[in-house]
Design a protein around this ligand. Structure first.
Ligand SMILES: Nc1ncnc2c1ncn2[C@@H]1O[C@H](COP(=O)(O)OP(=O)(O)O)[C@@H](O)[C@H]1O
Ligand SMILES: [Mg+2]
Length: 323
């Protein structure tokens, strides 16, 4: 059996659309992921995360290239793949006509657990995911957030060696999100491979030991936490609101070759690659120029890192990612 949980080689996915007629959502992606990893596909909206995940989980055919899960080709051995994965997609796949409990039971049975074990584990995840109160409600009567919770609970019901989660934390309350993150870590420690997508840098930082940054269907960076931290090191965001915007400030700030600069009314947002002390010095200098109503200095956001990464890659300037 393959030593890799995932092997992706030259993967391409094109969607036929009206405008543009052909969209390359995944554009020659290649990567490998070791077993037992918490692997994160990190990227802004439209980067190609869901498309990649759908190909890996046999839900979508690639236009070109190859992908394998635990050595099984997703195109030629889809059943072998499906038997070994649990998937949580953005569109929640729950059986709307079944109760929460029966949704979980039938999922456990599908994955080969006997009736006793299916019941035992269902009771456990109902409790873990605070779903006992709604256990006998039909899924169609639940809010979107609760349905999603049922979907995520399924991952912890079965022992499939690989787990895929597409932006699992969207709409989840922070407390539960934390619990799920803890559980995912434990699953990885038990040897399961967890593959997740996220737009949230801090989520990937906190959870993943191997991260691939995806932008326009391509890999722009890959590495562990420390590598990623180096990418965001020395990029700072400065937000300022002036009582009256000083004249000529745009030209002045543009001279600093900022990663990003936006000026709206009396507010300035600027992202810079510079040492922290220099950024603070700049903030002080600006504060001396005019009365400031608001000042904030932050570490770089994902958006800044993207702009910085794609800029240094020498490509055309990216469209503003909606992070
Ligand atoms: N079924 C589809 N038909 C046409 N275009 C699509 C379809 N699904 C996704 N896309 C486009 O492909 C690109 C990547 O989408 P997606 O994989 O969903 O990105 P992400 O999950 O990172 O937000 C986007 O530009 C999106 O609009
Ligand atoms: Mg998506």
């Amino acid at each position: 059996m393959s030593e890799y949980a995932l092997e992706v080689e030259g993967l391409v996915k094109e969607y036929r659309r009206r405008d543009p007629p052909l969209l390359r959502a995944v554009d020659g992606l290649s990567f490998r992921v070791h077993r037992g990893c918490l692997f994160g596909l990190l990227g802004p909206n439209g980067a190609g995360k869901t498309t990649t995940l759908k190909i890996l989980t046999t839900l979508l055919r690639p236009t070109a290239g190859r992908a394998a899960v635990l050595g099984y080709d997703v195109l030629h051995q889809p059943l072998e793949v499906r038997r070994r994965i649990a998937v949580v997609l953005q569109e929640t796949a729950v059986d709307l006509f079944l109760s929460v409990r029966d949704n979980l039971l039938s999922y456990a049975r599908f994955h080969g657990l006997d009736r006793y074990e299916a019941r035992r584990r269902t009771a456990r995840v109902l409790e873990q995911f605070h779903l006992l109160e709604v256990a006998s409600h039909k899924a169609m009567d639940l809010s979107g957030g609760l349905r999603r919770r049922v979907q995520v609970a399924k991952v912890f019901l079965v022992d499939t060696p690989v787990v895929f989660l597409d932006e699992f934390s969207t709409g989840m309350d922070p407390l539960l999100k934390r619990e799920v993150m803890d559980r995912l870590r434990k699953e990885a420690a038990r040897g399961r491979t967890v593959v997740l997508t996220t737009q949230i840098l801090s989520e990937a930082e906190e959870l993943c030991d191997d991260i691939l940054i995806l932008h326009r269907g391509r890999s722009v960076a890959r590495g562990d936490l420390n590598t990623l931290k180096l990418l965001s090191k020395d990029v700072y965001e400065l937000s300022l609101t002036f009582a009256v915007l000083p004249a000529g400030i745009r030209e002045e700030l543009e001279q600093l070759a900022p990663v990003r600069l936006a000026i709206r009314n009396n507010s300035v947002e600027i992202a810079l690659r510079a040492e922290e002390s220099r950024v603070l010095e700049l903030a002080r200098a600006l504060a001396r120029r005019a009365q400031l109503l608001h000042l904030e200095v932050r570490g770089a956001s994902l958006e800044d890192i993207f702009i910085e990464l794609t800029r240094s890659a020498g490509g055309p300037p990216p469209e503003a990612p909606s992070v």
